[in-house]
Design a protein around this ligand. Structure first.
Ligand SMILES: C[S@@+](CC[C@H](N)C(=O)[O-])C[C@H]1O[C@@H](n2cnc3c(N)ncnc32)[C@H](O)[C@@H]1O
Length: 198
């Protein structure tokens, strides 16, 4: 999954999911030694991906409100001896500026609930919005914020709709903002958003 790979034919196919688009977009801008954020650690796949991107001298700050998510994330990192470059923080991402200082090269939001976990604990637009605003204040020029949203459940749909609306308020002179919908999938299919600081 993830970054675009050349197929046997020599052609490079498009990413087939919102998450694959997110890894593709983030891999393009993160340089070894930089600081990045995983705003929703969950099962640790994105933190693991980010840990590889920043290299030995980089730093990943990963947030989640559930200890179970951070435990699963730590296990994944330890398996590959990448835990030393990651700080796992049991707090809501709306408080991320308490832990992270500029400059940040990238931030990933994978919204919703923890797969194989408590579905009642899920991201909600008011705190998601605060976290995105905080991240933008830390982002270096050329840095990116990627957001995967899941309109298949009520709060997820509200989040995706609110985010779509809010992105229109970002100044074009300062940010490039994208919203990707898979037009030939169901309306519940995950959507992907990207903000790049100019
Ligand atoms: C879809 S999962 C993330 C998947 C993860 N990035 C991965 O690679 O496995 C969403 C996570 O967001 C977490 N979450 C919900 N509200 C949060 C908040 N306010 N701050 C940080 N994390 C939150 C949930 O506990 C859940 O683990």
């Amino acid at each position: 999954m993830g970054v675009l790979e050349e197929s046997q034919s020599g052609l490079v196919p498009l990413p087939e999911s919102a998450r694959a688009f997110s890894h593709w977009a983030i891999s393009q801008v993160v340089k070894p030694g930089e600081q990045v954020i995983d705003a929703t650690a969950g099962n640790g796949y994105d933190t693991l991906f980010l840990a590889k991107q920043v290299g030995e001298l980089g730093r990943v700050f990963s947030f989640d409100v559930q200890q179970l998510a951070l435990t699963r994330t730590r296990e994944k990192l330890e398996e590959q001896a990448l835990d030393g470059r990651c700080q796992l923080i049991l707090d809501s991402h709306e408080h991320l500026a308490r832990y992270v200082q500029a400059p940040v090269a990238a931030c990933m939001f994978n919204l919703g609930y923890l797969p194989a976990g408590d579905r009642a604990v899920k991201t909600l637009w008011p705190s998601t919005q605060k976290a995105i605003v905080s991240t933008l204040s830390l982002l270096r020029p050329g840095g990116r914020v990627s957001i995967c949203a899941y309109p298949g459940h009520t709060e997820g749909r509200q989040e995706a709709e609110a985010l779509t609306k809010w992105l229109k308020t970002l100044k074009e002179a300062e940010y490039t903002a994208l919203h990707l919908v898979f037009a030939n999938q169901t309306e519940n299919a995950p959507q992907w958003f990207l903000i790049e600081r100019k």
